[in-house]
Design a protein around this ligand. Structure first.
Ligand code: NAP
Length: 309
């Protein structure tokens, strides 16, 4: 028997879509993928999710969302989706995972976007201990200490300027000597007091204290190959995100950066019955609360689609 709705991805958008579709008696199935709980499981304290005035740890917030989805009857398959196809004659989707094949009348894609990191040794262990890809989430933890941002795009500039509210110094480490960011953003950033560009450079190693917290980085100059240490308490990575859409084939259109293109103002994609919510379809905000909002919208749209089909 075919499912009413399959939700792919178990982050803020996926769990919220599950809560709404479960409460609408659509008996949703979440196929979680390997990062259960999504990007918030890689952060520490979340201070900007409404309803938690004292803050909440990212993994705890996601666990509570999962429990809320379960409470209303959401079912979970702990599998990775490999492909989604649609049979135009029946209108049904086939969702193939590493373990089995499902059939569904509608699908909500909430697979998120993965922040890119440099791929240096020890990087995974450092996340949340002086390495992060979200200044909005973690900037306030680094008051009156030096930090750095890696990247030269709009995100790097935006994050560097934001971090000057807290940090004593913000080094902007870029692999070239010209920023990729838009002219206005680049100029504003370089004029900002406390932002110091470090051109033609990359991080070649992280240095931690005996508690495993970051205390310095080794910088490599890409022109002359020289290396030097720089004291920073946190590295904010801003070298782009990769939306997780590879399993969707031609069912969706993607923008230049790979994000799913939605129909204006709604969560519907170009394929009827296929909705996209959260970071996988959001190049602009990429916040937990905006993802949750998109999950809610996608659920309501899926419910209406099922009523009409
Ligand atoms: P982006 O524009 O792709 O920039 C990524 C930056 O990271 C580039 O400067 C790139 O260097 C650098 N980089 C990539 N891989 C690297 C590596 N392995 N090592 C070192 N550096 C590396 O990404 P983004 O800044 O996240 O922006 C994504 C999109 O969102 C853009 O279209 C942007 O305009 C938009 N955006 C807009 C705003 C805004 O308007 N307020 C804010 C944020 C983002 P190179 O320059 O050398 O390639």
């Amino acid at each position: 028997m075919s499912e009413q709705v399959i939700i792919i991805g178990a982050g803020c958008a996926g769990y919220t879509a599950a809560i709404y579709t479960a409460r609408a008696n659509l008996n949703p199935l979440i196929i979680t993928g390997s990062q259960i709980g999504g990007q918030l499981t890689t952060t520490t304290e979340v201070e900007n999710f409404p309803g938690f005035p004292e803050g909440i740890m990212g993994p705890d917030l996601m666990f509570q969302m999962q429990q809320q989805a379960e409470k209303f009857g959401t079912r979970f398959a702990y599998e990775d989706v490999q492909s989604v196809t649609k049979d135009e004659s029946t209108g049904l989707f086939t969702v193939t995972t590493s373990a089995q094949t499902y059939e569904a009348k509608s699908v909500i894609v909430a697979t998120g976007a993965s922040a890119r990191y440099l791929g240096l040794p020890g990087e995974k262990e450092l996340i949340g201990h002086g390495l992060t890809a979200c200044a909005t989430c973690d900037g306030a933890f680094y008051r009156n200490v030096p930090v750095c941002v890696v990247g030269g795009g709009d995100s790097a500039c935006e994050e560097a300027m934001f971090l000057t509210r807290f940090a004593s110094q913000v080094y902007l480490i870029h692999r070239r000597d010209t920023l990729r960011a838009s002219k206005i953003m680049a100029e504003r950033c370089l004029e900002t007091e406390k932002v110091s560009p470090v051109w033609n450079s990359t991080i070649s190693a992280y240095k931690t204290d005996d508690k495993g917290e970051l205390e310095a980085i080794t910088l490599k100059n890409l022109v002359d190959g020289t290396e030097s240490d720089l004291e920073v308490k946190c590295v904010f990575m801003a070298i782009g995100h990769t939306p997780n859409t590879s399993f969707l084939g031609d069912l969706v259109d993607r923008d230049e950066a790979g994000y799913i293109v939605r129909q204006p103002g709604i969560m519907a994609t170009k394929t009827p019955g296929l909705f996209a919510a959260g970071d996988v379809a959001d190049p602009h905000y990429r916040q937990a609360i905006s993802s949750a909002g998109m999950g809610c919208s996608a659920a309501i749209e899926a419910e209406r689609y099922l009523l009409n089909h």
